[in-house]
Design a protein around this ligand. Sequence first.
Ligand SMILES: [Zn+2]
Length: 448
Amino acid sequence: MSKPRTNQKRTAIIYFGVTKQDYLNLVQEKKHSALLEYIQPLLKAQLQADQHQKGCTDQSHYTIHSQRNRYLQGLLGQRETISICRVRCQDCRAVFTVLPSFILRYRRQDADCLGKLLEMNLGMGLTLRETASIYSWMGIEHGWQPSWVWTLVQWLGDLLPVSLLLMRMGLTPPAHLLSDEKFAVLNGEKVYLFLVSQQELIWYGKWMSHTHEDDFNQTIEAFCVEMDGGARSSGQLEADDEYVPISVTTDGWIASQNAWGTAVPEIALIECKLHGNKRVSLSLDDYVKAHPELSLEHLQQVKDDLNSILAAPSLAAFSQRIRRNLVRYRDEPILLKRLNILKDKRFRFTNALKFDDAPAYSAPLDRSMRFLDEKLQSFGQFRAAHAIDPMLNAWAIVNNLRAFLPDAQKAGHSLVQFFGAKVKGIPWMEVLNLCTAGNLQNLIPTPS
Ligand SMILES: [Zn+2]
């Protein structure tokens, strides 16, 4: 997924300003002196020596080699002709295409148009058909098929892994993780979508055919390898260092917990308290059915006793409450069974208390997954296994980068900004485009 295409090596992506006009002003000037002055330091920061010819000793001086026209389609029907420059290294004479960040390689539509189509389809729950219809209402391009929107989603998903994107936007790999798996359907068979997040922010998604421990082992290993690679290449980790998350919060699925322990032996396993509470409630229901003779008052006492355990403020208090209830209910097999499970899981239910940022509940990931749920419904079922991971990656990118809608608590901001990324007012599709070329921080001109 992360392998760059070969001709991508000789392309630079440059941010020229808020509007297209900022770019046009520079590129339309006859002598190109202002253009060269603007792009030289950015090209130097972006283009690595291995993208030049062998033996090139100076990657900081360029001349304009040629110019050509490119058609660009906007969302509102306008079709523009934009001039694109190629520059030549003065040392080794290698030629590079310079794309303004509002143009994406191999796409006819501009960044604004692509970003909005992808938001409609992956962020707002519109179907492929609805997205294609809206696009064709907007203007001059006719005959847009739903399958083209599908191709667009796959293109986004193959552009770069969401984890690498987040790191190139300046985010450090998360210390505290949430992980969960969700049902989907592939050719009539049940499959699972495995997701890793930092609260609502999605870092990883991969489909699995089963939920045996072996499947989790492979998938979690792949996650760790991807994180290592991205962290090293983006400078978030030293070249010989490894990504080691401190904790992971999961639901009670034991195969997943075991696999996390195998992949990261030091990791603190945290079990979502909501799932714990639900299981306590089920045991209480069974107890009530088995004892129709008991008074409401007595039943309330039993409920309070059991519910106090998961609400304990420390491991010591948790363990003490278990001990007291084991004595109190020593003749009640239904309650004893639940109490012994809670005892076995005492560390998993209290580990979150040890860390400031470790979530005790998996609800934040569920909130992000709700949008994925809607998406899976509107996509219907998957028909091709190879299409699932790119779709998951594309969905994760849009989930993390698009701005929240008006009236939302964080309206106008995106999740990734909430987690500390500095996007400097640049639209998300242009940020993504820049991040395909390297770390965002190095690609935006510092104000003079
Ligand atoms: Zn060169």
